[in-house]
Write a protein that binds this ligand. Structure first.
Ligand code: ADP
Ligand code: MG
Ligand code: MG
Length: 203
């Protein structure tokens, strides 16, 4: 299969920053009824900082690119999504080690490690109406060898499937039953990140 180098991961995160910028208003709109209306702004600030950090000193390995991106998210995003996405990228990057190139299969294994670390930090699992409802189906598709396009589709479906759920974690959980009927903003941004990954790999 194809080998992914540091430049590929910079392209992914740059595409992610563009997608987040394009969808920021919608992410904030989703965060209005069941949150504090800042998810679009949080994601935009974080991913613009990631793009700037990678642009000024691009690291030489996939692992180092992801770890720098994760550290940048943690230090620039105040909301819950900052440490969660920061953990996702840092732990995924760490799992890739110092290889100069990685296969899609190695990336799939590393993403599994990263998503599991998010679940542990968050104390959340599938069905709690969080970003994990998009991330867990995506890594599930990858574990079954279905590839990045299928992972992106799984994330999108997972995000849509959060609408009828009652939130059990995060700010939305304070609303109890009133959280039902709204798509989770973090699951929606996770689907965007997976879509950017699949699109970058398809180029
Ligand atoms: P905040 O809620 O601090 O304002 P954001 O609005 O940026 O942060 O992000 C909200 C998203 O973060 C939620 O939609 C949810 O997907 C995710 N999230 C928040 N808390 C948790 C948690 N404990 N576990 C998993 N995901 C969470
Ligand atoms: Mg918020
Ligand atoms: Mg907030």
């Amino acid at each position: 299969g194809r080998e992914l180098d540091a430049a590929f991961f910079v392209r992914w995160l740059t595409a992610a920053a563009e997608a987040v910028d394009r969808e920021a208003d919608q992410l904030t709109e989703l965060d209005s009824p069941i949150g504090d209306a800042d998810h679009g702004g949080n994601m935009r600030r974080g991913f613009f900082a990631v793009r700037d950090a990678l642009g000024s000193e691009p690291p030489g390995t996939p692992g180092a690119v992801l770890m720098l991106a994760g550290r940048t998210l943690v230090s620039t995003v105040g909301g819950a999504s900052g440490p969660l996405y920061g953990t996702l990228l840092r732990r995924t990057g760490k799992a890739l080690g110092d290889a100069g190139q990685v296969s899609e299969k190695e990336l799939a294994g590393a993403l599994r490690t990263g998503v599991d670390a998010v679940a542990q930090l968050a104390g959340a699992s599938e069905g709690d109406k969080t970003m994990l409802d998009a991330l867990l189906p995506a890594v599930g598709a990858l574990s079954e060898g279905h590839g990045l396009a299928a992972a992106s589709t799984a994330a999108e479906r997972g995000a849509e499937a959060t609408t009828p759920l009652q939130a059990r974690k995060g700010r939305a959980s304070y609303l109890g039953e009133r959280s039902i009927g709204h798509q989770d903003p973090g699951a929606t941004s996770s689907a965007l990140l997976l879509a950017a990954l699949a699109q970058t790999a398809a180029l």
